[in-house]
Design a binder for this molecule. Structure first.
Ligand SMILES: [Zn+2]
Length: 169
């Protein structure tokens, strides 16, 4: 089921999410809804708090569903190791229509669990590293806006306020 995406500046996006301990059917249903919602947007990543659910679950597909074999569901993900740096334009489904250049590691190794609770690790570079870091940040209540210089952040926040006032958000 496609669910509405929570938009900035909703308080749900600023909360630290709770670790998943029950690998039950509700979790599988949430993951399914997150994938469906991400693909319909379309987007390449989505975190549970973006659907207003305060748990540590993210979904990622760097092809936005255009190719098979790239779909990832990560429960309780953690960046175990990272290296390098990249700075590219980044967006967020909770901050629609706006992008900014954000600095991220160029490579990450992420530890996570699958929907059955089995532990696994994945490595990613470039876009995959960026998306993983972006989505894992969501679980800490961190948005990419928080990664920008104060000047750039204030500029974007003012732009968003204007859009909200105009009823275009
Ligand atoms: Zn986001």
């Amino acid at each position: 089921m496609i669910r509405p995406i929570v938009k900035y500046p909703a308080p749900e996006l600023e909360e630290i999410c709770i670790p998943v301990s029950d690998f039950n059917s509700d979790l599988k249903e949430l993951a399914g809804d997150m994938l469906e919602t991400m693909y319909s947007a379309p987007g390449i990543g989505l975190a549970a708090p973006q659907l207003g659910v305060n748990v540590r679950l993210i979904v990622v597909d760097v092809t936005a569903g255009q190719e098979d074999g790239y779909q990832l569901v990560l429960v309780n993900p953690e960046v175990a190791e990272h290296s390098g740096r990249q700075k590219e334009e980044e967006g967020c489904l909770s901050i629609p229509g706006i992008t900014a250049a954000v600095e991220r590691p160029d490579w990450v190794r992420v530890k996570a669990q699958d929907l059955e609770g089995n532990e696994f690790e994945i490595e990613g570079n470039e876009l995959l590293a960026r998306v993983l870091c972006h989505e894992i940040d969501h679980l800490e209540g961190i948005l990419y806006l928080d990664k920008l210089s104060p000047l750039r952040r204030d500029l974007l926040k003012r732009k968003i306020k204007k859009l909200i006032r105009a009823g275009e958000w």
